[in-house]
Design a protein around this ligand. Structure first.
Ligand code: CU
Length: 145
């Protein structure tokens, strides 16, 4: 086999491989989107402690978290510098019933919920807190993977 023939065989093989890769990439883009999931984080006062349960949660962008009042009076707040770059404005729009920028109303009644849909939010770690119990380290994280 001549060098020229080998060269054209290699070129043909590379073209086929590139075609397969392109086809796979196109297929991945046509898969139906994953259904958004709804998560629950409990807000609890128990045995003199205040906490979010679970304290740390990992979700996908588009998922919703419902913070459920179980006992005590709590809220959900974020610091502008404790969320990923580009998330502040999206979070501000996604947070209902705020009493200050990135700070939700208190939920003092058992069964009340505070709900945020993390639609279109950037990946990363979102650190948050409960304002009335920040001095008792009632904090948590939402990680968008
Ligand atoms: Cu609290």
């Amino acid at each position: 086999m001549s060098v020229r023939r080998i060269r054209s065989a290699v070129v043909a093989l590379l073209a086929v491989t590139a075609g397969v890769v392109a086809a796979n990439t196109a297929a991945a883009h046509t898969l139906p989107p994953r259904a958004a999931k709804k998560w629950e984080v409990k807000m609890v006062t128990q045995d003199g402690k205040q906490l979010f349960e679970p304290k740390d949660i990992t979700i996908s962008a588009g998922d919703t978290i419902s913070w459920l009042a179980v006992s005590g009076s709590h809220n959900v707040g974020f610091w502008p510098d404790s969320v990923p770059k580009g998330a502040v404005e999206l979070l501000r729009k996604a947070m209902p019933d705020t009493i200050a920028p990135l700070l939700g109303v208190r939920k003092p009644t058992k069964g009340d919920t505070y709900v945020i849909a993390f639609t279109g939010m950037p990946k990363g770690v979102y650190k948050y807190y409960c304002k009335p119990h920040l001095n008792k380290m009632m904090v948590g994280t939402v990680t968008i993977k």
